[in-house]
Design a binder for this molecule. Structure first.
Ligand code: NAP
Length: 275
């Protein structure tokens, strides 16, 4: 039997790091901690080794297609495939960031949606039967955050394709450049990027309907990390609970869902889940 392989993007710190820690403890196979910066990644591996865990390491910058392709080729050659992919890497501008909305929109969508999509486009062909993909979304990825009824309808259409979704998100970036995004899309590029990730998850699961592959998105909770300026009440290990549940434990029937940090499946296009 071939060795099973799990990969977490952006896992040198924060929730991704804790997901690697949890996978090292429970996943029956090799676990890859990956990072865009090799030194930060190696330091993170060392930290887990001090805890008696044995993560593997590979460089992976999701904004760099060459980096993703190099990693895919390495995995394919060494193991023949991939069994768990956690798309965790993301960025968020701080609330008081001086960067104009146009820059925030372009960069946030580029990393959180378009680069996550590149990683999927390049890595999905080596997913093995039985594979699980976990897209780390956010409470911000709930559809109710989008003000325009017309857009909400469009984003949840059961026939929406990835190309059409990407086109809509490009239109958002263009609108942000013209300063006309707020009425339809709201004021947060992070929200739009995570709504995009959640919508993408549903399309990906539809496209994989004839394969034994589960794709789900998850809100990990409000977590004490650099991204939240350490304001979140949950520890990184608590933030890793729901992602690990989807990567390892969720019933096979859980497919294309949006899952809350307490492991509840929530209605993406229903009312915003109560606290
Ligand atoms: P974090 O502490 O800022 O960690 C983000 C990780 O992503 C870092 O390892 C970072 O690497 C990496 N990264 C950024 N750009 C990358 C790229 N181009 N290629 C590869 N890695 C990249 O954030 P976090 O709070 O753990 O967030 C993890 C995930 O949970 C994100 O998807 C976030 O949106 C989501 N989330 C977080 C919260 C929360 O309360 N914290 C709530 C909801 C959702 P560097 O160290 O090199 O920057």
């Amino acid at each position: 039997m071939s060795t099973k392989v799990a990969v977490v993007t952006g896992s040198n710190k924060g929730i991704g790091f804790a997901i690697v820690r949890g996978l090292c403890k429970r996943f029956a196979g090799v676990v890859y901690l990956t990072s865009r910066d090799v030194t930060r990644g190696r330091n993170a591996v060392e930290q887990l080794e001090k805890e008696g865990l044995k993560p593997n390491y590979h460089q992976l910058d999701i904004t760099d297609e060459k980096s993703i392709e190099t990693f895919r080729d390495y995995l394919k050659q060494k193991y023949g495939g991939l069994d768990v992919l956690v798309n965790n890497a993301a960025i968020a501008f701080k609330h008081d960031a001086p960067d104009p909305a146009s820059v925030q929109a372009e960069q946030t969508l580029f990393v959180n949606y378009f680069s996550l999509l590149s990683a999927c486009n390049i890595l999905f062909p080596i997913l093995r039967d039985g594979a699980r993909v976990v897209n780390i979304s956010s409470s911000c990825g709930h559809l109710s955050h989008i003000p325009s009824e017309k857009l909400r309808q469009r984003l949840q259409e059961p026939t929406l394709t990835i190309e059409e979704l990407s086109q809509l998100l490009k239109q958002y970036v263009e609108a942000a450049k013209n300063g006309t995004q707020a009425a339809e899309w709201g004021n947060s590029s992070y929200v739009v990027s995570k709504v995009g990730v959640t919508a993408l998850t549903k399309i990906q699961q539809r496209m994989l309907a004839d394969r034994d592959i589960k794709v789900n998105s998850v809100h990990p909770g409000y977590v004490d990390t650099d991204m939240t300026s350490h304001k979140g009440p949950l520890t990184i290990d608590e933030g890793a609970v729901a992602p690990l549940f989807l990567a390892l434990d969720a019933a096979d029937s859980v497919k294309g869902e949006f899952v809350w940090y307490n492991k509840d499946i929530v209605s993406w296009n229903g009312p915003y889940p109560s606290k």
